[in-house]
Design a protein around this ligand. Sequence first.
Ligand SMILES: Cc1cc2nc3c(=O)[nH]c(=O)nc-3n(C[C@H](O)[C@H](O)[C@H](O)COP(=O)(O)OP(=O)(O)OC[C@H]3O[C@@H](n4cnc5c(N)ncnc54)[C@H](O)[C@@H]3O)c2cc1C
Length: 311
Amino acid sequence: MIIGSGPAGLTAAIYAARGFLNPLLITGNELGGQIATTTDVDNFPGFPNGVTGPELYDQMQKQAERFGTRTVFDEVVAVDLLHHPFKIRTTSDEFETKALIIATGASPRKLGVPGENEFLGRGVSYCATCDGFFFRNKEVMVVGGGDSALQEGLFLTKFANRVRIIHRRESLRAGPSLQERMKKNEKMQVVWNSAIREIQGNGAVQTVKLEDTRTGAQSETPVSGVFVYIGHEPNTGLFKDQLAMDHEGYLIADARLHTSIPGVFAAGEVHDKVFRQAIASAGYGCMASMEAEKFLAELEHNGYPDANRQP
Ligand SMILES: Cc1cc2nc3c(=O)[nH]c(=O)nc-3n(C[C@H](O)[C@H](O)[C@H](O)COP(=O)(O)OP(=O)(O)OC[C@H]3O[C@@H](n4cnc5c(N)ncnc54)[C@H](O)[C@@H]3O)c2cc1C
């Protein structure tokens, strides 16, 4: 079984189905995962003219089903990974599986301000690597004060005329060397003690309403892009107390994507907090599936590796 219908889950399904592993994939509420929420994907190989997120999902889904993947449009609400075969419960059914690939991804934290959802993919972005290219010679803002905000801000200076870091406080959490690089980059500037209260535009982002966090005074500032870097939440709540996780809640897996329980594999952003790209997640899906295949072959010959393990 595979949980998740993003690039990791669907690629795992393609490989598992072609390997005659008879996979069943549970999609979750976000069909196609994060990539299906964006309009322009220009960096997924095989699409020289780009592809929309929903179209990419549709192609992957069809490819997985072509080789016999069974798709369940439901959400997993509970799992028992402490006994083998593993039990997976959805809102309407219960399943057993000998091997499980977890591809539940992560979700970017949102600002939660008016206009954020409306202008997603039309000026609002959570990924500079994905969307920076669309902001050549424009002005953008990056929200956040940690390493990712500064790293992505510096990356955006390759394209944008000006990159303003919007930060609620008077000092940044980012490491000193990134702060040093930022200071030396004349395209970058920090707007201290400020928070975005609204994103406005007409078809695409045109202005943001900024609030001074000390005085409460508000002003409107013209800008073309708003990149939000206030962290990600891995979707791992289901596996708490069963699988090893790091302090941020990402699944811990070894280089071959084995988690702390034999037969359970992690693929994509549910354990990768570094690359966060569709093609990287697809690659992890491939690897997890190949490892699941080896695990199932071993299982057939030697039984479950740790049958006496106590929860
Ligand atoms: C707006 C936006 C634009 C982006 N643009 C690009 C781009 O242009 N190029 C690029 O390479 N990357 C882009 N990315 C990043 C890319 O989308 C992610 O790296 C990729 O989708 C991660 O894939 P994943 O399969 O690991 O997880 P996700 O895409 O996060 O998928 C997770 C899946 O798990 C499912 N799930 C979660 N919980 C449960 C549950 N309890 N039960 C069942 N299913 C569950 C969800 O429904 C979802 O289908 C973008 C991201 C965003 C947000």
